[in-house]
Ligand binder design. Structure first.
Ligand SMILES: C[S@@+](CC[C@H](N)C(=O)[O-])C[C@H]1O[C@@H](n2cnc3c(N)ncnc32)[C@H](O)[C@@H]1O
Length: 397
């Protein structure tokens, strides 16, 4: 979005139009737009307002009721931190006793809003003009929240009263996501270098960050690295430095609905054991955090293979950090063998999970020529270096 469109959205006409617009999923946008234009509304304004209505609807999934009063860009919404996670970021700053946080990468202000909602003062930097204008609108209810149109890396050191820093560097380009933290904007190393002035520093990074790019944690300058999943999707890793670190190790925070559970530890290789009656699939946050070994130990399970992140156990495993499946059948993997095993069970629908084997489930599924009425879950993996298919059923629904 350009700054002119952002300004248009901030006019009283746009506000009035947005307020009287029914929910986007209850209108037929083209005919609704034509009606507004016939009633005399400017075409550009109508297009901008309709696209806001659409974005607001999409934003509810991430931002709940907050979305209703906000303005968005499509890219800004994609990059915004979901409210449940932003609220957790904000609590770290409050619990560490910080009072004025510089948000180096405001975006549309989701993280800044969560900080402000906890009563912290926020200086939110954004270098893109349209995004900064909308962030300013989104933060309008909080007197102690200020949006600054500037490059934070050139400015933040000179801002008075700041006692903590948060950054959520941009990780997307027109061609996709950046995994190398040197390519983030701003670069991770540049953000971490601010710790000499702001020891209370937190950075949201991509969950796929290579572990060798993580800053070293020392007793004097601890860094907690916490991977977060929400309802099964790994959404981020947070690097929490100095007083924001609860410990100097790794953590996997698994959020599911209203519940949250954290596994902490140091990455240690787990031991492999023979296949038992149950297979356990660790949550993605546990895998990304490198905590499969510690998880196995804590639930009395073994890895199915030293290099594969499935566990196996002789008894049912109940943990918020993994899903457990009962093994109904285990067979050396080939398409024809798997197909006949599934045919024998009358399986017509199959969920295919895989790890450590080069199979594309979408391509495999039609090759199985399934016809029955039953459904099944299949895990394709490597056990003791052999490609193996496990027909399984989830334990506990
Ligand atoms: C991933 S988004 C931030 C999203 C934000 N945390 C939220 O939840 O809404 C990153 C934003 O940082 C901005 N940005 C990147 N480098 C910056 C810099 N050096 N100074 C100010 N803003 C910057 C980008 O324009 C982008 O809007």
């Amino acid at each position: 979005m350009d700054a002119a469109t952002a300004r248009l959205l901030l006019t009283p006409e746009a506000t009035a139009l947005l307020e009287r617009l029914p929910a986007y999923d209850t209108i037929e946008p083209l005919s609704f737009g034509s009606r507004l234009r016939r009633e005399g509304a400017d075409g550009e304004l109508v297009a901008a307002v309709l696209s806001q209505a659409e974005l607001r609807l999409a934003a509810r999934r991430k931002l709940g009721d907050f979305a209703q009063g906000m303005l968005f860009t499509r890219e800004g919404l994609e990059q915004a931190t979901r409210l449940t996670v932003a609220a957790r970021h904000a609590r770290r700053f409050r619990d560490a006793g910080t009072t004025r946080v510089a948000d180096l990468t405001a975006g549309l202000g989701a993280d800044a809003m969560a900080l402000a909602a906890l009563g912290l003062a926020v200086v939110a930097f954004e270098r893109d003009e349209a995004t900064a204008l909308l962030a300013d609108h989104n933060l309008r209810h909080w007197d102690d929240a200020l949006v600054v149109l500037a490059d934070s890396m050139e400015t933040v050191r000179g801002v008075d009263g700041v006692d903590a820093v948060f950054a959520d560097p941009a990780r997307r380009t027109g061609r996709g996501r950046r995994h190398d933290p040197r390519d983030y904007s701003p670069a991770l190393d540049d953000v971490l270098a601010l710790r000499d002035q702001f020891p209370a520093l937190g950075v949201k990074v991509g969950p796929g960050i290579p572990h060798d790019a993580l800053p070293t944690s020392t007793p004097d300058a601890p860094v907690e690295a916490q991977w977060v999943s929400v309802d099964g999707d790994v959404v981020e890793a947070g690097l929490w430095c100095g007083p924001l670190a609860a410990h100097g190790g790794r953590g996997a925070l698994v959020i599911s609905g209203d519940e949250a559970h954290e596994l902490t530890g140091e990455p240690t290789p787990g031991e492999a054991g023979t296949l038992g009656e149950f297979v356990v699939e660790p949550d993605g946050a546990v895998i990304r955090a490198g905590l499969v070994g510690p998880l196995a130990e804590s639930v009395g399970a073994h890895l199915v293979d030293p290099r594969i992140a499935y566990l196996t156990s002789a008894s049912e495993v109940h943990t918020p950090f993994a899903r457990t499946y009962r093994v109904l059948e285990s067979l050396p993997y080939s398409t024809s063998r798997l197909a006949s095993a599934l045919h024998a069970r009358g399986v017509g629908r199959v969920e295919i999970k895989k790890r450590g084997v080069d199979v594309t489930p979408e391509r495999l599924r039609p090759q199985l020529k399934l016809r029955g009425s039953a459904s099944a879950t299949v895990i394709l993996t490597r056990i003791a270096d052999r490609h193996t298919a496990l027909i399984v059923e989830p334990v506990g629904g």
